[in-house]
Design a protein around this ligand. Structure first.
Ligand code: HEM
Length: 435
């Protein structure tokens, strides 16, 4: 039988035990070391299947775009159903496609015009309580701010106590995420009362949001009017957008403030731009294109501290990528952390240099050397929302406040379900004397 596959597999170059030990101790270093040892395609033998780490943009494109039908979400994400139910993040195949088509209009680029005023208002309300010279916890603060924005944008209100309940539940779920990852029956998970309580608390918030008669936002309109969604799916989607719609953006912003606090030169450029473009106004949709430096700060932060630091897929059938045979059932890992730090695509990848994103500096970078929002048909549906929100918040805050580090060293990245700072980002704020 003719085949293009290289059926004679080369010997495994990395010891399974060593790799797993490194993953246990430091997953980011483990993936970087694997890429350094083996190059664009790394392979490790696991108990029942092989694991492949693909490190070249064209191989990443194969998985996310060209052979996307053959790569289903890894079992770990399927297990995230234990938290999210059958929402957009966890569905597959035709079901995913039809859900995505139905929900897409709520996230179209032109919809940002509706969301931007809510982002601005919430940001102003958030910083209204700041006092000159005080120490501010940006990790906590950005979590609350983006959660309020998600509540107003997707559900049209922020009911009393909702922000506190969702933040508390999120903390519990992030702490217990490894439990959700284990292939346990639902009944076993229920043995952990805090897991059960966090889920019940979130369900209560979702119920209140869905019952609110004034809830006229585009997302809810689609969920309620489209006949394709069962009641259970409506709740699963609402929960997915509430959680996915604030947590990653909050982390991105906390990382932005950490990097800006430790790079005062970049902060000054951000402020100069915000002064010139915004003056006494809040960002309007047409300003976003002009906030070139703010967007470059966001992009550079997503490169250096990608909240989604690795994505897993499973090969449904035997296939081939870059001459490498990938057997059905193999786990394939694509890592934003590894690729975004690859010196073939980024000069001095460890340096925070927003200017590298100016068009003239970066004309020929391969498409998938940068994929903070994933790619292909499963690319993040909230990409425009998150980019708009982050750039607007940076500009509004930078126009009014100076941010200095309250900690001597920048935070270190700590990979969990998302890439979090190892300690909360704290800054000291000083009111700017702006004309
Ligand atoms: C900085 C902020 C964000 C980052 C870094 C991010 C990252 C990602 C990534 C990498 C994926 C693809 C996952 C995969 O293919 O396995 C994804 C999917 C998704 N994101 Fe985001 N996201 C962000 C903000 C948002 C926001 C604001 C929303 C909601 C409005 C959102 C909702 C979703 C949903 C529902 C999916 C699943 C899409 C699908 O499978 O069709 N995300 N996100």
């Amino acid at each position: 039988m003719e085949t293009n596959f290289v059926l004679e597999q080369p010997a495994y170059k990395t010891s399974t035990f060593q790799f797993l030990w490194k993953v246990f101790r430091n997953p980011l270093q483990a993936l970087s070391d694997l890429a350094n040892e083996q190059g664009d395609i790394a392979r490790v033998k696991l108990r029942r299947r092989d694991l492949f780490l693909l490190n070249h943009p064209s191989f990443i494109e194969e998985v996310l775009v060209k052979q996307a039908d053959n790569f289903i979400k890894g079992p770990s994400l399927q297990r995230a159903r234990a938290i999210l139910g059958g929402g957009l993040l966890t569905s597959e195949g035709d079901e995913h496609l039809s859900q995505r088509r139905a929900l897409q209009p709520a996230f179209h680029r032109h919809k940002m015009e509706e969301y931007l005023p809510l982002m601005n208002e919430n940001t102003l309300a958030h910083i209204a309580n700041w006092k000159n010279g005080e120490r501010v916890d940006m990790s906590e603060g950005m979590m609350r701010l983006t959660l309020n924005i998600a509540l107003w944008s997707f559900f049209g209100s922020a009911p009393e106590g909702a922000v506190g309940k969702v933040s508390d539940a999120m903390k519990t779920l992030v702490r217990l995420f490894p439990l959700a990852q284990m292939p346990l029956p639902e009944s076993a998970r229920s043995l952990f009362p805090s897991f059960k309580e966090a889920k019940a608390s979130l369900s209560g918030v979702i119920e209140a949001l869905l019952q609110n008669p004034q809830n006229d936002r585009a997302l809810i309109h689609i969920l309620k009017e489209s006949r394709q969604f069962t009641d259970e799916q409506v709740r699963a989607h609402a929960l997915t957008f509430l959680l996915a719609g604030h947590e990653t953006t909050a982390l991105l912003l906390a990382w932005c403030w950490d990097l800006l606090a430790h790079h005062p030169g970049a902060q000054t450029k951000l402020q100069t731009e915000a002064d010139a473009i915004l003056g006494d106004c809040l960002p309007a949709p047409e300003d976003l294109e002009k906030l070139v430096y703010a967007r470059a700060v966001v992009k550079e932060t997503l490169r250096m501290r990608p909240p989604a630091w690795a994505m897993g897929r499973e090969a449904a059938q035997d296939c081939e990528i870059g001459g490498q045979f990938i057997p059905a059932g193999s786990t394939v890992i694509l890592s934003q952390w590894v690729t975004h730090h690859d010196s073939r695509f980024y000069d001095e990848p460890l340096l925070f240099r927003p200017e590298r994103w100016f068009d003239f500096e970066m004309p020929l970078t391969p498409r998938y050397s940068y994929f903070p929002f994933g790619g292909g048909s499963r690319v993040c549906i909230g990409e425009h929302f998150a980019m708009t929100e982050a750039a607007a918040i940076l500009a509004v805050v930078a126009r009014r406040w100076n941010i200095a580090p309250a900690q001597r060293e920048p935070a270190l990245p700590k990979p969990s379900v998302t890439l979090r700072p190892d300690k909360n980002v704290k800054v000291v704020i000083a009111r700017r004397a702006v004309s």
